[in-house]
Write a protein that binds this ligand. Structure first.
Ligand code: S3P
Length: 434
């Protein structure tokens, strides 16, 4: 990562106009994976620009896949999974848990050894949740650390083994882990059935089904997959609703704002944050414009509104939006309780702790619990804070600062490069529009 940078926000700036945000991170990873698996030329436009997606792209280059980067499109010439070659060195997944967990599922079925490494934050995140179910298919995969205490962490060492499909019950509802199992299942003999404790995001099922892969959704917790391939394709990646959430909250809490966010992914599993904000009194309209490769796409309009507190239970589909929702709660009348959110502790930072600490600097009282948060609405003031190297904490605090009179500073701003490198420029542009 580059040297620490600060984002200085002189706030109380209404946001106006239109914005097209970067391509969805989850769809971008999956499009790269699908294109690398397919036999033929695939074209991807509006790929997410963040470093996490670059890690997945570069991993496939290391595996011998032909990737051409042009000004506004990426061309991937896949030759099927069997054409992938052993990487010359360890694959560095950087800060990207999605890259590490998904690639683990692909590499366990390849007939060569490989090692997946990550940065300091990723090297502390739990990997047993993906190691254990992959082993149930016969995978040769080991983490470092003490697995008996769920201490398995990166680096992950993988020996290529032949895989045998089976029924696997996941301990954690996770779109990343489910995708790893799908990628292993596409290479395993027989059928692999993946059962989750609760529904997780379903982008892999939607995209792979649209591309002709033998994958079947039995219900919202059960996915079945057997050995098979995907066809090459052209995709224009829709905007990331998790990035849009920051602008939706920013416009809601800053009086005088009116924004239109165009070309956003409208997968219902990713819009739970809209329901929470509406329950708090937000003025949000969602308009679908049709489907692209199995995913609904459209626009989100938002106007400033006064908010009142709510309570909600967290689940995997809304977990990434909690930092933004905590900022909305800081402006609400009353105390907002967020429960069942223990997973926040193992994200890019311990988000229960970092939300509590950083919002406190703005005068917002947050009570952290083992698996949740209570945010007491009030009258925040400008402050200097840090992202803790976590992109979503950086953007959440910038949204908070934007609504407040006076100058705020967000340190370690460079972490936004993980998902939205141009966030500051887009925020400043919308704030300058009349
Ligand atoms: C993702 C799933 C979620 C999410 C992450 C992306 C995905 O993680 O937090 O940003 O693309 O499937 P988990 O699957 O670990 O919950």
């Amino acid at each position: 990562m580059t040297a620490s940078r600060e984002f200085v926000v002189v706030g109380a700036r209404p946001l106006r106009g239109r914005v097209r945000i970067p391509g969805d991170k989850g769809i971008s990873h999956r499009a790269l994976i699908a294109a690398a698996l397919a036999d033929g030329v695939s074209t991807i436009t509006h790929l997410g620009p963040g470093d996490d997606v670059v890690r997945t792209r570069d991993a496939f280059v290391a595996l011998g896949v032909d990737v051409k980067v042009e000004a506004d499109a990426l061309t991937v010439t896949g030759r099927g999974i069997d054409a992938m070659k052993a990487p010359a060195s360890d694959i560095d997944c950087g800060n990207s848990g999605t890259t590490m967990r998904m690639l683990a599922g692909l590499l366990v079925g390849r007939p060569f050894p490989s090692v997946l490494t990550g940065d300091a934050s990723l090297s502390q995140r739990p990997m047993q949740r993906v190691i254990a179910p992959l082993r149930a298919l016969g995978a040769g995969i080991d983490g470092s650390g003490d697995p008996s205490r769920d201490g398995s962490v990166a680096p992950l060492s993988i020996r290529g083994e032949s895989l045998v499909g089976t029924r696997v019950e996941l301990e954690v509802a996770s779109g990343q882990v489910k995708t790893a199992l799908v990628l292993a299942g596409l290479q395993a003999s027989g059928t692999t059935e993946i059962v989750e404790p609760a529904a997780s995001r379903d982008h892999t099922e939607r995209l792979f089904t649209a591309l002709g892969a033998p994958i079947e959704r039995i219900d919202d917790r059960t996915t079945r997959v057997s050995v098979g391939t995907l066809r090459p394709f052209t995709i224009d990646v829709p905007g990331d609703p998790s990035s849009a959430a920051f602008f939706v909250v920013a416009a809601t809490v800053t009086p005088g704002s009116e924004l239109l966010i165009e070309d956003v992914l409208l997968n219902p599993g990713r819009l739970a944050f809209v329901d929470v904000l509406r329950a708090m009194g937000a003025d949000i309209s969602v308009v679908s414009h049709g489907e692209h490769l199995g995913e609904p796409v459209g626009s989100i309009g938002v106007r400033a509104a006064g908010l009142h507190a709510t309570s909600f239970e967290c689940s995997e589909p809304i977990i990434d939006e909690v930092p933004a929702l905590a900022v909305a709660a800081a402006f609400a009348n009353g105390s907002t309780e967020i429960t069942n959110a223990g997973e926040l502790r193992v994200k890019e930072s311990n988000r229960i702790a970092t939300i509590e600490q950083e919002l406190a600097k703005f005068g917002v009282v947050v009570d952290a619990a083992a698996d949740g948060l209570v945010v007491h609405g009030g009258h925040p003031h400008a402050a200097t804070c840090t992202s803790h190297g976590d992109h979503r904490i950086a953007m959440a605090t910038a949204v908070l600062a934007n609504a407040l009179a006076g100058e705020s500073r967000i340190q370690e701003w460079e972490s936004v490069a993980v998902s939205y490198p141009e966030f500051a420029q887009d925020l400043d542009r919308l704030a300058a529009a009349k």
